[in-house]
Design a protein around this ligand. Structure first.
Ligand code: NOJ
Length: 725
């Protein structure tokens, strides 16, 4: 690529050390925040970093915050370094900055990409006001194994849902104008396959077919780039034996040659250095060479590029052209966001002082949170509760807790604004005194007299809200679990409380799909509330008391047992499928049915929706044509409600075994009581395509089943034929 004359002239003037400087990102020790996130990063002290910036040896800094100190760092880069190249300032702003929105998995449950676009925009407004240009988000890893803790960070198990959220989040972070003060550069991550680590074990290897990689894991990245993303983060894992951070076929072959990506790739934290631990590089010098030449342009935190690239260039092992190309990509991104013309963009202390996150985004945070809550179960219509005339016991370690509200990936949330369950519920009650609050147990350990107190409170109450689940450090990076269950101390609490016979509504807190057992599974009602962020208590109250009719649906399958993992709805057909009345020699578990407890797409409402039969505009889809698939949807209940209407397809016979069902489209539809509408989707050949054995992305003519359904297991299929060209 060639930059404009100004930048080409600049490049021509750069020494090798200055070039290499642009390819390094280091922890922002000038304004450190949340230093415990990556403790190793503190090796570099503030004074040393300042010196390096002055010497032109730093291209970017990360995970610091504050406009004034950021401005000072930028001043050193622009005024005191020889060439005055501005710094790019990044951070992990994953699901909110000061205002914390639901974890991305929870937000995906809304099935409203437009909501994610709005919360990403809000995060961008706040982050840029606090002195940032760049976020390491969105996380786009498709995760089919709930043992993996980073399920929390992305959009779940499905590629169509994940792709829609990927594009929406990039649009939201960027806004309309890349050079605007409030544009926050997005970084789709982790490229690629990270969500498929074997056994859900963090940082583990990935063994994956070309077809699954291309059809399941790559599309969200393509969508993010099509939406304008200019940087990508390479992953920690290896893929079929080649570390993602040295994978030239993916980093250069797919990303650049196939997709035409012109931005830069940043490594994950010390991922280049880790090539040595992988046993893929013999030493750090070789790791540098392999990573850089594969297409990782910027090295995060290891300092390897700074140490070894000059020598690799001098020896000719890395050509000057290759070095220049990496530098061009970084300079081009800096230019794209206006840093050369306006190096102090997003570094305005007055804007930071004037920022009022609560006034700007409090309502959005509440709406996003309630739109993310899934009503899994509601036996006997126990929910919604009345605001008065009944005694409510709020029991569980999350009842008044404030330390497990934000979820796994929030560095900068304003904790003073967090609304816990107790406060949110009490504020919603006509008589706040009707709420009794008891912890009952700790997150992991019983507390003395806890169960007795909880049982007493449950007996005295008309209904129990049981606030249990995973503490937030159970999900996120490096938090894999073998048993994805409610911790035993809390399970014991649930058993005792449910045994009182008082109706129990479980308010589940979780960063992944959980296997629910015993009293938790069998409670009258269950709300999946993920980690909802700043407005947790208010949002839960909105749903509990019916001010908001739940409309979210599961973006991940809830298993019956941990041992079913990986469990995902769009699994491939087997030659010996499980049959209800035939046990032996079938694909089945000895102890339980194959399927989930709650399927992908599942979620109830306080109203009832009725689907009409699926109608097709024709019984065949022409090769270049479109097929309209529609069904009537009626709100047959007595409340306003929103339904997530889901379009699924199944390819009857193909040259590669195909999934039993695949989501192809979805839409959230709002209906007044008694109202009916027709929901129509258009299907095209591309949506039926997959990576064939010859490596083509192609659809194959033949018979297909299609459903319009409220989840991945229900509905009646109709058939159509895809006609050949
Ligand atoms: C490691 C994580 O894998 C990545 O997601 C994050 O952006 C970096 N650390 C920087 O904090």
């Amino acid at each position: 690529m060639r930059l404009d004359d100004r930048l080409e002239t600049l490049l021509a003037d750069m020494t090798v050390d200055e070039k290499v400087g642009q390819l390094g990102i280091f922890a922002d020790m000038l304004r450190p925040f949340a230093a415990d996130v990556n403790p190793e990063m503190n090796e570099l002290n503030a004074g040393e970093l300042r010196e390096r910036i002055r010497a032109g040896q730093v291209g970017a800094v990360f995970n610091g915050v504050g406009a004034a100190q950021g401005r000072e760092a930028q001043r050193i880069a622009v005024e005191e370094s020889r060439l005055g190249i501005p710094l790019l300032m990044g951070a992990d702003v994953i699901h909110g900055m000061r205002t914390v929105f639901p974890i991305p998995l929870g937000e995906a449950a809304s099935f409203e990409p437009v909501l994610a676009e709005r919360t990403a925009r809000a995060a961008a407004v706040e982050a840029t006001a606090c002195g940032l240009h760049w976020t390491f988000a969105p996380t786009l890893d498709i995760a089919r194994d709930q043992r993996w803790g980073r399920v929390a960070e992305a959009a779940g198990e499905d590629v169509v849902l994940g792709t829609a959220f990927a594009a929406a989040r990039v649009r939201g972070f960027h806004g309309d104008d890349l050079t605007a003060d409030d544009c926050l550069l997005a970084t789709p991550k982790h490229f690629v396959g990270y969500g498929a680590v074997i056994g859900g074990l963090e940082y583990n290897s990935v063994e994956i077919s070309e077809g699954t990689l291309r059809d399941v894991h790559l599309p969200p990245f393509k969508a993010a780039l099509d939406a304008g993303a200019l940087t990508v983060m390479s992953a920690f894992n290896d893929i079929n034996g080649v570390p993602a951070s040295a994978h030239d076929e993916l980093l250069t072959g797919v990303l650049r040659d196939e997709w035409g990506f012109r931005g830069f790739v940043v490594s994950d934290y010390t991922a280049d250095f880790e090539l040595v631990a992988h046993g893929f590089a013999g030493d750090e010098r070789e790791a540098t060479k392999l990573s850089f030449t594969a297409g990782v342009d910027m090295s995060m935190q290891s300092g390897l590029y700074a140490t070894h690239l000059p020598d690799l260039v001098a020896s000719g092992e890395v050509s000057m052209d290759t070095l220049d190309e990496g530098v061009r990509r970084v300079l081009a991104v800096k230019q794209a966001i206006g840093l050369f013309d306006n190096p102090y963009r997003s570094l305005d202390p007055d804007a930071e002082a004037a920022l009022d996150p609560q006034a700007l985004h409090g309502e959005l945070a509440r709406d996003a949170a309630r739109r993310s809550i899934v009503l899994l179960k509601n036996d006997g219509g126990v929910l919604p509760l009345r605001r008065s005339g009944q005694k409510i016991a709020l029991i569980g370690p999350f009842a008044r807790d404030r330390d497990n509200i934000e979820g796994c990936w929030t560095l900068f949330g304003d904790k003073s604004q967090y609304v816990n369950l107790e406060d949110g519920l009490r504020a919603a009650l006509d008589d706040g005194g009707a709420l009794t609050v008891v912890d009952g147990s700790g997150f992991e350990d019983a507390i003395d007299g806890g169960i007795e107190a909880a049982v007493g409170a449950a007996r005295d109450a008309d209904v129990v809200l049981l606030a249990i689940g995973e503490p937030q450090n159970y999900s996120g990076e490096a938090q894999s679990r073998t048993r994805i269950v409610v911790p035993p101390a809390q399970q014991a609490l649930a058993e005792a409380v449910v045994a009182t016979g008082t109706p129990v509504v479980v308010l589940l807190r979780h960063g992944r799909a959980l296997a629910l057992h015993g009293a938790v599974r069998d409670a009258q009602a269950i709300l999946a509330t993920w980690f909802l962020g700043t407005q947790t208590g208010n949002a839960v109250a909105d749903v509990v008391f019916g001010d908001y009719n739940p409309s979210a649906r599961l973006p991940v399958s809830f298993p019956r047992d941990s041992g079913q993992q990986p469990l995902y709805y769009n699994r491939q057909r087997t030659g010996r499928p499980e049959l209800p009345d035939m046990q032996e020699f079938k694909s089945r578990w000895r102890e339980m049915p194959h399927g989930p407890l709650y399927p992908f797409g599942h979620g109830l409402s306080y109203t009832r929706f009725e689907y009409g039969p699926v109608a097709l505009s024709a019984d065949a889809l022409d090769w270049d044509g479109a097929l309209t698939v529609s069904a009537t949807l009626r709100n047959a209940g007595d409340r306003f409600g929103e339904e997530v209407v889901q379009l699924y397809v199944h390819d009857r016979v193909a040259s590669r075994v195909r999934p039993i069902r695949e989501l192809k489209d979805f839409r959230k539809v709002a209906l007044a009581p008694g109202e009916e509408t027709t929901v129509s989707f258009e299907l095209h050949r591309d949506q039926l395509a997959f990576t064939t054995r010859s490596g083509q992305f192609a659809a194959e003519p033949g018979l297909f089943d299609v459903w319009i359904a409220p989840d991945c297991e229900s509905g009646e299929a109709v058939q159509f034929t895809l006609r050949g060209a």
